[in-house]
Structure formats: C-alpha cells, structure tokens
Design a protein around this ligand. Structure first.
Ligand SMILES: [Zn+2]
Length: 488
C-alpha cells in the first residue's frame, strides 16, 4: 500500500529535479571580450556622405517602374566623390548597367573573398505623407542628431558605413589578406532580380565562391520579449519565403429572395474562418537559439519552458501564438489580405475570391501549404490558385554552429559590450537569398540599436538614423573585415 504512494512520489521528485537542473544549466556562457575601436571617431564625416546619398532619389516604384537610370548614375557619382580611395584602389564593375561591384584584392588568393551586400534603391514616399515628415524625405537633412530621409535605415546607411569603413582602412594603409567585395544591387525593393541576382550569376560564371556574405536584416533589439530588458542582437541566418494564393469560388447566380443556406460569400467566409483557426504547424525549436543566447536574462518560467521543451512544447506554442511577432517566428504565417465578391444587393453572388499571403518558414514549401489548405477548408468547390509571380521558398539556412558564425558573433560582442547574440530566421525578404548559390555563410545583420519609434521609419514616415549609430556601424565593419582577414 505504501509503495502505491512512494513510487509516484519519487518519480515526481526526480522529474522536478531534471527540470530544474536543465533550467539552471540552460543558456550560452556570457563572454568577456574587451571592446575595440578600429578608427578615430568621425561621425560627422560619414553623416555628410550619407546625406548626399539620400538626396539621390533612387526610387524603385514597381517592376515596370524601376529606379531612374539617370538618378542611379548620379548616385554613382556621389559615391565616386565621397569614397575616392575605394575608386582608386578597387576594381570597379557595373553589372547589368547599374549594379555595383567593387573588389578590394587581398594579398592571399587562397582565401575566399568576403562580400558586403547592399542595395542602392529605396521605396517611394506616399504623396499624402510628404507633409507629415519633419524634414523633407529626400533632403538628407542633418538635424537633432539624426540624418533624415528615405533610405536612412533601408539601407543607404549600411552602404555608406561599409564604404566608409573600407575607405578609412585604406587611409590607414591597410592591405587585406583576404579579398573584400562590395556589391550593391539597384532593385532590391522590387525583387533584386536585375541587381543582386545578376551579380551572383556573374560570380558563378567566374567560379568565385565566398567565405561569407553580410547583408541587411536583423539588428540589436530590446523589449521584444516580456521580462527581458537587456538588448540583444539577432542575426538572420535564413529568411522566410512567400506565397500568395487565391481562393476562387463560382456558384449559380440567382435572385436573392430565395437564397441557398450559404451564398458564395458565405462559403468563402467559412473557408477563411477555418483557415484562420487552423494555422500551419509551429516549430518552437526555431526560437531555441534566441532563448539559449538570452539564457540567464530570461524570466524563470520562460527559461524553464525552453530548457525542457520535451515537457512544455504545447504550452510554448500556445504562448507564442498570443503575440503575432513571436508566432511569426515559429511558423508559416497565414494572412487573408484581399476579398472580392458580389455584384448587386439583390443578386446572389456568382463568385467570391479571397487572397491569402503566406510567409513560409524554412523546411516548408508551397505544396505543403496547398495540402494544408485543402485539409483545413474541406470544400472542393473552392479552387486554390497560386500567384506564380509571388512565389518563392524559404532560403537555405546558414549553419549557426560554424566557425564563421562564431567569428561573426564574437565581432558583435566585441563591438557591443558582450551582449547576447542569436541566430534567427529573418521574417522578410532581402537580396541575400540570392547569394546561397555562391556562399553557405549568409548573415543578415545591421549593427545598430533602434527604438521602436525609430524603427517605424523603415518604409514609413520620418525615416532617420542617429549620427552616432552611423559611427558605431563604421567601427563594427572595420572590426569585422579585420576579424575575417585570416584563415578560418
Ligand atoms: Zn532593404
């Protein structure tokens, strides 16, 4: 009789012990690197250069209205004037007329080049919004400690600071062992097919394989997780794919006085409800790198849950589901974005159409989405029609356990006070997805911290970058070039 109580009791104590031990040993060890500066700070100098770059209106409106070739030429002249050493020292190429590729030849041809990717183009500013800007969107005004204007965060700031970093290294007389390439496409905002993809194709033709590619993407954030105040860095080692799928339904039209139980609109509504109720499966494992990086910074409950995912998987998924941001980081997301149906108030709608936008997580593809939709909707009358133009899979995933990633992480920690660094699947599309054809270490990271208000400027109103942030970026890229300038 006693054993009847003792055995479950002992098992329970053992279980609690396992959970606690796993919790307290969970998380990366915090390093203790010295912070390094590569250059004498010259924040105003890089701010002035960025200001000139912003004044060129390199706007990608749409595939049929890409950036104006005349403006792109002006932009190249601004670069030539502001980065004279680069233009003197590097081999400079124009690929497909407007994409820029600089090659700073290293002494040791046995080392594979590193490549800094970026884009010259920016998104348009809505005419109705112009008046809402504190400083005109293409003024490049330097005021109140910021450089203002479209492109200040996406991503002329990174193009400017990478160039400035190389320019300053050249001024110091630095000659790299490893070749450094700078590649700036001109149509990232409309897909990167004419810019980045053409650059990658050229690299392939030349048989050039790269050691690492650095592009825009994750950054230093805080306040992303409840209970975690300390800032941390997120590096995109992959990015989500995208699919837009139309749900199309045709039904007999007729007079609305004797309707069936569900009109085409009703049937479509039901399908939409089912789709929203049954999301694609979640993989909380995708959050593990971040949780490991944060380790001791995590609130106890969260740390315990992620340290014991075998026990708390379901609970984690339901917690992640509550916040759109965390939910998006663990699954392929479903967003019904357009709906159409009906022609007149007293006629039964002959058709209904709903458009659904999916952001695809690594490991899933369009076929998985279609299968999921069919299983969930359970209505053969609704045809699923993928939009072939908005359809690409998630990128491959760069190995976050590689020596290259470790070096990248160390460089971030040396630059930014040993803060936690995590890999992530970047939720949006960048040019860098094209680079996997020539490189397996593709990192998306902007070395800067922004408040959420400042972040709102990306593709929005009052896009601006703090002048001090620019200087930090220049320092980071200098350190990064030096860190990779050896055999890895
Ligand atoms: Zn961008």
């Amino acid at each position: 009789m006693d054993l009847f109580f003792i055995i479950p009791g002992v098992l329970f104590v053992v279980l609690v012990l396992i959970v606690l031990v796993r919790t307290f040993t969970f998380g990366d060890i915090v390093p203790n690197y010295e912070t390094e500066k590569v250059f004498e700070p010259q924040a105003e100098r890089v701010a002035e250069k960025l200001s000139k770059m912003i004044q060129c209106q390199t706007i990608s409106y749409s595939e049929s209205q890409p950036a104006d070739p005349k403006v792109l030429k002006e932009f190249r002249m601004v670069l030539e004037k502001n980065f004279p050493n680069i233009h003197k020292t590097c081999e400079k190429q124009l690929i497909n007329e407007h994409a820029l590729l600089f090659t700073w030849r290293g002494k040791n041809p046995a080392l594979k080049p590193i490549l800094f990717a970026g884009h010259q183009d920016v998104v348009p500013v809505d005419d109705n919004d112009v008046a809402k800007w504190t400083h005109a969107p293409f003024s490049g005004e330097i005021a109140d400690g910021y450089v203002w204007g479209r492109g200040a965060l996406d991503m002329k700031h990174q193009v400017a600071t990478v160039l400035e970093s190389v320019e300053r290294l050249m001024e110091q007389g630095y000659i790299p062992e490893r070749t450094v390439m700078l590649a700036f496409g001109h149509d990232e905002e409309i897909g990167g097919i004419q810019g980045a993809l053409k650059i990658v194709n050229w690299l392939k033709e030349q048989n050039i394989k790269l050691e690492a590619v650095f592009d825009e993407g994750g950054m230093i954030v805080s306040g992303l997780l409840e209970g975690v105040d300390a800032p941390f860095a997120m590096v995109g080692v992959a990015e989500k794919g995208m699919a837009t799928i139309d749900m199309v339904l045709e039904m007999e039209p007729g007079h609305s006085s004797m309707p069936p139980q569900h009109t085409a609109i009703g049937v479509m509504s039901e399908a939409i409800t089912r789709l929203e109720k049954h999301p694609m499966p979640a993989s909380p494992e995708l959050m593990l790198p971040l949780m490991r990086a944060l380790g001791k910074e995590l609130p106890f409950a969260l740390r315990m849950a992620f340290a014991n995912m075998w026990l708390f998987r379901g609970l984690i998924i339901s917690i992640m589901r509550k916040n759109p941001r965390s939910d998006a980081s663990v699954r392929t997301t479903t967003a019904v974005t357009l709906i159409k149906g009906g022609i007149k108030d007293n006629i039964l709608p002959p058709s209904a159409k709903a458009t659904v936008n999916f952001r695809i997580k690594p490991g899933e593809c369009v076929a998985d989405i279609l299968e999921h939709m069919r299983n969930v909707i359970k209505d053969d009358r609704i045809k699923l029609v993928p939009n072939e133009e908005i359809l690409w899979d998630a990128s491959p995933v760069s190995d976050a356990n590689s020596a290259q990633f470790a070096l990248f992480k160390e460089t971030i920690q040396r630059s930014f006070d040993n803060m936690p660094v995590s890999s992530q699947v970047f939720p949006a599309a960048t040019d860098s997805r094209h680079y996997y054809a020539v490189c397996s270490n593709v990192y998306r990271f902007m070395p800067m911290y922004l408040s959420s208000e400042e972040l709102g400027g990306v593709h929005g109103i009052n896009e601006r970058v703090p002048v001090e942030t620019l200087e930090g970026m220049v320092q980071f890229f200098g350190l990064l070039i030096k860190a990779f300038d050896k055999e890895i």
